[in-house]
Design a protein around this ligand. Structure first.
Ligand code: SF4
Length: 239
């Protein structure tokens, strides 16, 4: 495994490595983890630009690497269409969704609870059903106020390693990777969105990359919970 770095050392690498060195580092992180975890390494693919980058790198390491997509009833039609295109292209991607009844407009009254039910629960299920020991995410620490305190390799949940291989990438480097590798993206980016989520909670907004997420609520620019809540079913806590 690559030497695990402290947050301060990682911060130096954000500007200390160029694009090509970051790609090399990210691929090495995935290769190392795949060597260790084999089929129990799984990519969480949100279908956003960061996930698509990580997914492409994982497929470069080994095309048998599996992934999962968590979708909700509130995803924009463009995202649903894009999801169908991606699952047709990559049968190793599985889709998880929670269709349970919830109060109308829960996203307005209790967005944390809405995300817990519609996003965190299916993520837990994916991790359980796919026997995941190491999940790979597209999390980046340059993305917004809530994302500065992460590591490339984490074990927030006992028994579940989380690998964030593009943690130190800038947004422009993600676009660089997608352009160089001619990777299709969700057409919503062409409309001006910089971060994609459920329709009622995502706007085109000036400012930081995640500024349009949960705009106008206390959760503005925040998190749905999959990066902050326990994900192993036995570690789960109630909201
Ligand atoms: S992003 Fe909004 S609609 Fe989607 S699960 Fe979270 S609160 Fe609900």
């Amino acid at each position: 495994m690559l030497k695990e770095l402290e947050t301060e050392q990682l911060a130096e690498l954000i500007d200390g490595l160029n694009y090509a060195q970051k790609v090399e580092r990210s691929l090495a992180l995935i290769e190392d983890a795949y060597r260790e975890y084999s089929d129990s390494l799984v990519v969480a693919n949100s279908l956003g630009k960061d996930s698509l980058t990580v997914w492409h790198m994982a497929q470069t390491v080994n095309p048998n690497i599996r992934g999962f997509i968590v979708t909700t009833r509130f995803k924009p039609k463009e995202t649903i269409q894009f999801m169908h295109e991606q699952t047709a292209k990559y049968p190793q991607l599985r889709v998880f969704k929670n269709d349970a009844e919830i109060p109308e407009k829960l996203y307005l009254t209790e967005p944390d609870k809405c995300c817990e039910i519609l996003k965190v629960e299916p993520t837990r299920r994916a991790i359980e059903e796919m026997n995941v020991q190491c999940w790979v995410t597209g999390l980046r620490c340059t993305e917004g106020r809530t994302r500065t305190n992460f590591r490339e390799v984490e074990e927030r949940d006992k028994g579940l390693i989380k690998l964030n291989p593009i943690l130190i990438w800038y947004e422009r480097e993600v676009w660089q990777y997608l352009a160089i590798n001619k990777i299709d993206v969700n057409p919503l980016y062409a409309k001006g969105y910089r971060s994609l989520g459920c329709e009622p909670c995502t706007k085109i907004a000036p400012g930081t990359e995640r500024a349009g997420r949960w705009l106008g609520t206390s959760k503005c620019g925040g998190e749905c919970g999959i990066h902050t809540r326990p994900l192993k079913i036995q570690n789960e806590v109630k909201v």
